[in-house]
Design a binder for this molecule. Sequence first.
Ligand code: CA
Length: 713
Amino acid sequence: MLNKSMSRSRAVLLVGCLLAGVLSACSPSGSDPHPAANGGYLAQQTVDWALHGNNPAETRYSDLDQINQDTVNDLKVAWFADIESRSLRGVEATPIVIDGVMYVSGPWSVVLALDARTGETLWAYDPEVEGATARKACCDVVNRGVAVADGKVLLGALDGRLIALDQQSGSVVWQTQTTDLEKSYTITGAPRVIGDKVIIGNGGGEYGVRGYVTAYDLETGTQVWRFYTVPGNPEDGFESAAMKMAAETWTGEWWKHGGGGTAWDSFAYDPELDLLYVGTGNGSPWNVSVRSPGGGDNLFLSSIVAVRPDTGEYVWHFQTTPEDQWDYTATQHMILADLEIDGAIRKVIMQAPKNGFFYVIDRETGAFISGQNYVPVSWTTGLDPETGRPDILPEARYSAAETQKDTPFLGMPSPGGGHNWHPMSFNPETGLVYFAAMEMPYGYIALDAEDFSYTDKAWNTGEDYARFSMPEDPEIRAQIRSMMKGYLLAWDPVAQKEVWRHPLATPWNGGTLSTAGGLVFQGNGEGYFNAFDAATGKKMWEQQLSSGVVAAPVTYAIGDEQYVSVAIGWGGVLPLNLGEPLKRGVPPAVNRVVTFKLGGEGELPLETAAAFELDPPESIASAEVISAGRTAYHKSCWMCHGDSGVNNSSVPNLRYSRTLGDPEIFNAFVLGGIAEARGMPNFSDNLTPDDAEVIRAYLVRRANDLKNNPEMP
Ligand code: CA
């Protein structure tokens, strides 16, 4: 049997079968949508992967079970399709599969429609996002996927456009600019469709923006409502009572710095309660002495907020990290489930936000049910058992004016989070949640408030770049690296405890998929795609894909065959800005979708990224110049080219750059914008030729450091 119960209505199934040309599946096995064992109306199953999280509850669980613990040995490549864009970058998309067609997005917001049985390209769409937009994107030019509804494919493009494409042809039906192009907003998240509305957020919390979520009419693209996640200038009047309430938790002139709270990834929807859940991001800037100098919780930063999907009206909120100054976003994946807790069935939201705690929240009221740290944490002694409010350690308040220090606060988790955006999955049969967890320290150090400005609209978190980044002493770097870990975690949300973990070679790994076949699928930074026994964590299957994986897999059925598919392209924030602990990660040699089925006969060519020769010029600059270069580099370059010039992504590793020996060529890239179309910004508006020269001198020194000590991280 292909799955335990076909749940799409028979009529829909028939149309799907005919479109896909697979008559064998058109037996009347369809019945009314059935409630899953856990999750009820939220977790209804289909043979497709029609929604971002597979169902409104976003469980990423499928009851397809042809591929199971007994058969997974025979799982082989069915097909692959390359995702072409202007440059190899991270691929974070969850494919959508409907009626035999897969819709997948890639770097630079490109979209492909593929025959989900063969991988044949049906159409391709490139929104032609300007290359300069890359400068506004903190965390790679990625896209986490599209939504498909009403004959349209909905795409949030990196430059802030929401675009509706014709599902059959890929031609543009409508598009609307959802952001102010004068500000550094981007969209990387997947839209969600609720009824006749398309919901989309945005990012920019490191660039001085004010976060919001907007609903657009699915038919026309007209704005229906907008919910701001942080208050604006009180003198302009508040948009809602919720903003007035939120403003009471802020101090100073926060609106001048945007405030942040961007909803850049996660949403979930409960159709019975008719609530849309929004995960919100960090404060902008991180530095509290700039953002809200008199303190305050700063609502709705780092919160889950419930709003009415018809109106955007606020209903409740739960703030995971009051006064966030650590980039502890609560934009992480939210899963809705009905769990038995203390003898009663509770309607809950589960989330493992960046701050290191796994939360179970009542999704009707926003009340705290339970929370437990899933990785070591250094910023709090724990959560109040009644309210879930963290008891923040005084030394963790590194950026509050009265507690600022000359030495960094060693924070765990890091701004990368104990878990980031990588989707989790929930298996109602094991009762476990599976997700990519990571441990790493980070030295937080604040800039004096009077030295802060957002004048260049560039990345600026209010940290002190002169005293920032990992020390360059190889021994200290090796020590810090040894503290960094990544693992696949199986977590019991009721008992709030770890059940098993599978250690991984890098901290940065893929999202997960759970199936009724008793399996958990996950790709990892080393380029392996693995299947585990969901109950025990025993590895049951693996396949090398020739690129690290960050995206989450999906599964679907066509005819009598089940498929598992994953998009590959290692990238995102950590490979860009923290190459060092990711040495065993595999930068992408290709961006592609790889699809598997039992007995598949596809050939997957394994490919290797081009290698470069380390051949720097002699380092002759003075210590003073190197130091100035280090500061300038960490102000403008490190976010994409890596801390201390160490990077392990598809973005050029500058220590190997042949431009280092020639200031004119170096400046053509940095100040002349000759590679802007491929995503290297033109920095002539905020770097002088002198800045560029000291940055070059610093990189020459770093390249020589590596040449003199090849073992150096
Ligand atoms: Ca952030």
